[in-house]
Design a binder for this molecule. Sequence first.
Ligand SMILES: Nc1ncnc2c1ncn2[C@@H]1O[C@H](COP(=O)(O)OP(=O)(O)OP(=O)(O)O)[C@@H](O)[C@H]1O
Ligand SMILES: [Mg+2]
Length: 255
Amino acid sequence: MNEKLLVLDNIRMNYGAIEALKGISFSIGKGEVVALLGDNGAGKSTLVKIISGGQQATSGRMIFEGKEYQAKTPAEAKAHGIETVYQDLSLCTNVDVVGNFFMGRELTRKIAGIPFLNERAMEEITSKALASAGTRIPSMRGKVEHLSGGQRQAIELNRFVHWGGKLVLLDEPFAALGVEQTRRGLDMIRHVASQGIGVVIITHIMQQAFQVADRIVVIRHGVVAGDVECSKTSPDAVIEMITGQTLAGAGPASE
Ligand SMILES: Nc1ncnc2c1ncn2[C@@H]1O[C@H](COP(=O)(O)OP(=O)(O)OP(=O)(O)O)[C@@H](O)[C@H]1O
Ligand SMILES: [Mg+2]
């Protein structure tokens, strides 16, 4: 857990005159789940996009697995094993579960020297991977368009783990999910982390943060307003970090 996977060092992001991030520094350990909390516009999504190659920081450094890291595109980040998992944006809805799991990595076998897709092997691997993570999908051959948001998310997360992902970023992954699917999603995140993968999850729901995370990092107006282990803090203390106000209403907390 103490081994650092990603270190963020003084990350700044300006959009014209807007300073969205004003020097963010914290780290994510291997197998650690970090919940990123903060009010609307605090800078959470901006930070996640910078880590996953969707945007370039104005300045600052990132160290991934001990080496200088920078990703100019999401594909570059993905090649390092860093990826944002969206609920369904990266799945092809008109393709079946197996097809999505192996997208771009299809297995082939040769018959009389001609390569054919090895459908049976791909189906077996997909169903094993999903079952080992406790994901129940009715049919490996059903199209993704017939699956629920939670099932799609599970396929994406499992695919990420199966193909050697190291750091997964989730920006409000449960916003559109019901209670039961959210619970399964939280379980899956713990399962993913137990395999040594780092997880950053943005959520506005305090209870989810405490349920799933090892550590909470609070961003307020583009700076880190708190970086605490869940076991050493409380929801009230975190609310104070998010708002900068003491709950007793005694005015702003110290910056
Ligand atoms: N492409 C952009 N161009 C200009 N300003 C931007 C852009 N993206 C974000 N911002 C600004 O940067 C700040 C941080 O936005 P960001 O989306 O990172 O917040 P957030 O913490 O994810 O908020 P939310 O909880 O509402 O999703 C905001 O002031 C926002 O208006
Ligand atoms: Mg956001």
